[in-house]
Design a binder for this molecule. Structure first.
Ligand code: AMP
Ligand code: MN
Ligand code: MN
Ligand code: MN
Length: 278
């Protein structure tokens, strides 16, 4: 029997709704053999996750989903197998977390001023429970207050680029971020590459630079990719000699259409990122 891998998911350390412990328990129910916990811009959930993983016999990969800026565009890089104690990485993450706090305050100011919605900072912070603040927490607040019909609607109407609650942001520098990952012993994976609405030419340019800076893989199979995307990304991985990764991007049971460890196989001809693990 081949192992079940899920190399992208979130806990309450960022914008997921299960605690690291609950997430590992859910992974065990879903028969996941190898799980990477990849919270946005934090490694804070890994210690708790590791304890539960050991108890349940799940192989836990130390992960992270890093927010970076490339050519004025926000991209996500999944880091796998990092040393979470590597000092430059930790310092970089601390800066991103402080930026997220400031951005949260600014989102709230803008929602108040432009959309006449008050209490957003307190509301979102209550969802974040003192942990890292994400737009997802603002979306949950907007939904709970009846300002929107669903999470997607919250982004479409208030939180995405061009909308009243959007704050233009500069995340970690692309090259710098890749350096934190590779120098801490990790492998860098471009997350959900089909989701950036880039032309094929631009995506190739990005992946060229990604490889030059030490990037090794792209998510071919992702909870946020369509079936067509799997094949397009598989072809790209083959052509550019990149490894293929697979992750659900699970955020919790509230999104029942995305489940942990229930991913289709990586298309034929691609080399999975785990091919030489162990
Ligand atoms: P942030 O990194 O704080 O800007 O938030 C990004 C997160 O918001 C992503 O990781 C998703 O979890 C969530 N997100 C972004 N766009 C959408 C959307 N259209 N619908 C639902 N969730 C979204
Ligand atoms: Mn998220
Ligand atoms: Mn992402
Ligand atoms: Mn994610």
């Amino acid at each position: 029997m081949s192992k079940i891998y899920d190399l992208h998911c979130h806990s309450t350390a960022s914008d997921g709704t299960l605690t690291p412990e609950q997430l590992l328990q859910h992974a065990a129910e879903r028969k996941v053999d190898v799980l990477a916990l990849t919270d946005h811009d934090t490694v804070a959930g890994l210690d708790e996750a590791r304890i539960e993983a050991q108890r349940l016999g799940i192989e836990l990969i130390n992960g992270l989903e890093l927010s970076v800026t490339w050519n004025n565009q926000t991209l996500h890089i999944v880091a796998l197998g990092i040393n979470p104690d590597y000092a430059p990485l930790r310092a970089g993450l601390a800066e991103l977390q402080a930026f997220r706090q400031w951005r949260g305050e600014e989102i709230a100011r803008r929602l108040e001023k432009k959309a006449n919605i008050s209490g957003a900072l307190e509301g979102a912070s209550a969802h974040a429970k003192g942990k890292l603040l994400s737009r997802t927490h603002f979306a949950r607040f907007l939904l709970e207050q009846g300002h929107v019909k669903g999470m997607q609607d919250a982004f479409t109407r208030y939180l995405k680029k061009g909308k009243s609650g959007f704050v233009p942001s500069t995340w970690a520098d692309f090259e710098q971020g890749l350096q934190w990952i590779t120098e801490s012993g990790g492998q860098a994976v471009l997350a959900h590459p089909a989701r950036y609405s880039m032309t094929a030419t631009k995506l190739r340019k990005l992946l060229g630079e990604f490889k030059e800076c030490g990037g090794e893989a792209i998510e071919v199979v992702s909870g946020s990719h369509s079936k067509n995307d799997y094949f397009a990304m598989a072809n790209l991985a083959k052509q550019l000699d990149l490894l293929a990764s697979a992750g659900s991007d699970y955020h919790g049971p509230e999104n029942p259409w995305i489940e942990l460890g229930r991913l289709p196989a990586i298309p034929e001809g691609c080399t999975p990122i785990w091919h030489n693990w162990n």
